[in-house]
Design a protein around this ligand. Structure first.
Ligand SMILES: NC(=O)c1ccc[n+]([C@@H]2O[C@H](COP(=O)([O-])OP(=O)(O)OC[C@H]3O[C@@H](n4cnc5c(N)ncnc54)[C@H](O)[C@@H]3O)[C@@H](O)[C@H]2O)c1
Ligand SMILES: O=C(O)C(=O)C[C@@H](O)[C@H](O)[C@H](O)COP(=O)(O)O
Ligand SMILES: [Zn+2]
Length: 362
């Protein structure tokens, strides 16, 4: 078992990374001061695979489970879906100590977390992430949100979970496309914060693609440790936390412009990271050889590195102007200076971004 502790004062919590955790969910919850009714939020795919195990674990520990299944897909990470959960929570008389448990990937986690943050102005929230992406990133750090039809995560909050249980066993049923999408955020951590981890990924990528248990445990724990460090330093993204957004300025624009249905989040971030390293090279900040290493690793993970032909640089720029990192109208990018170190750059001209974007098509 690996434990990563996020030290945030009264909002501190542990992330446990191990096999065999889901059947122990109830035991883990018992240590908190909760009332017995639990809102278990999942989707039909995860619910059919792991819903019974989660319910049994909770019931054995004395909880009463209200299961809510939201439709599968990023396009359902919306206010409309959140409203259905508020209705259910209100109708079933959930109180201020009734926990919301998110059992699923990042979509379930972000949406259930948003509901937990806002229902009765906040109820206890537990993350049981079931995708690689959710275990290494979305379940950790407290960003919860729903999408606006034109902008990613536009409506949200910072609301920390009480506990994260990352059970590596559940990753065995993931579609390979989802494993690759999760690897995009894992590669992100190497580029932004840890050169040695990046080199380890270059050596061990095939073990991760094959879901080898020891390699996965290492990648999940190191990723969570890196994210924990950044979140502890700047919980509400007043500054440095934005480094976790490497690849996301363009990635989020691509997701929104394609109606949230074409790319997995990790795939859009992969294209965004490839564009960001090209931009850093164009600005003379980052050596070409290092850019080639990053793009090569993204490619080896089976992820896209090119902007699709159907979307113009003008459309991308218009969407990126509404990115949450924009201040006083200036586009903001997270750009590497070396592998393992990035800077937040606010003074790139749109002309330069447009020129680099044109190099990012196939
Ligand atoms: N809050 C944050 O800090 C943060 C960080 C990164 C990403 N995100 C958000 O996370 C979302 C992406 O999350 P995701 O990549 O997990 O996508 P997802 O939640 O859509 O899950 C991907 C697919 O895998 C299926 N699935 C989940 N667990 C499974 C399992 N164990 N076995 C088989 N199938 C399973 C799901 O049903 C879905 O079809 C995006 O909305 C993104 O914005 C948030
Ligand atoms: O936790 C963070 O901070 C991140 O930026 C992690 C990202 O991987 C994640 O996609 C996050 O949801 C993006 O947040 P946003 O504030 O850019 O919407
Ligand atoms: Zn992300």
């Amino acid at each position: 078992m690996q434990e990563v502790y996020i030290n945030l004062g009264a909002r501190s919590y542990s992330i446990y990374v191990d096999t065999g955790l889901l059947p122990r969910l109830g035991e883990y919850l018992k240590v908190f001061k909760l009332t017995p009714r639990v809102l278990l939020v999942t989707n039909p795919v995860v619910g059919s695979l792991y819903g019974t195990a989660a319910e049994t674990a909770l019931k054995n520990a004395g909880f009463e489970v209200i299961r809510a299944e939201i439709p599968d897909g990023e396009e359902y990470k919306s206010l409309a879906t959140a409203e259905k959960l508020y209705d259910l929570a209100y109708t079933r008389e959930l109180d201020r100590r009734s926990p919301v448990v998110a059992l699923g990937g990042g979509v379930v986690g972000d949406l259930a977390g948003f509901v937990a943050a806002t229902y009765l102005r906040g109820v206890p929230f537990i993350q049981v992430p079931t995708t690689l992406l959710a275990q290494v990133d979305s379940s950790v750090g407290g960003k919860v949100a729903v999408n606006h039809p034109r902008g990613k995560n536009i409506i949200g909050a910072f609301y920390q979970p009480r506990l994260v249980l990352a059970d590596l066993d559940v990753l065995k049923t993931l579609d390979p496309r989802e494993v690759r999408a999760g690897l995009a955020e894992v590669i992100k951590y190497g580029v932004i914060a840890d050169q040695a981890f990046f080199a380890w990924l270059e050596e061990n990528l095939e073990r991760l693609l094959a879901l080898e248990a020891r390699a996965l445990a290492h990648a999940v724990a190191v990723s969570c440790r890196i994210k924990a460090r950044v979140v502890q330093e700047d919980e509400t993204e007043q500054g440095r936390r934005a480094i976790l957004n490497f690849g996301h300025t363009l990635g989020h624009a691509l997701e929104a412009l394609t109606g949230y249905t074409t790319y997995r989040h990790g795939e859009a971030v992969a294209i965004g990271m490839a564009a960001a390293v090209r931009l850093a090279v164009a600005l003379g900040m980052f050596p070409e050889g290092d850019a080639a290493r990053v793009i090569n690793l993204i490619r080896r993970a089976g992820l896209p590195v090119e902007v699709p032909a159907g979307i113009s640089p003008g459309e991308l720029l218009a969407s990126m102007r509404r990115d949450k990192k924009v201040l006083a109208g200036r586009l903001t990018f997270v750009l590497p200076v070396e592998i393992g170190r990035v800077e937040i750059v606010r003074d790139v001209s749109e002309e330069t971004v447009g020129r680099v974007l044109r190099l990012c098509y196939n």
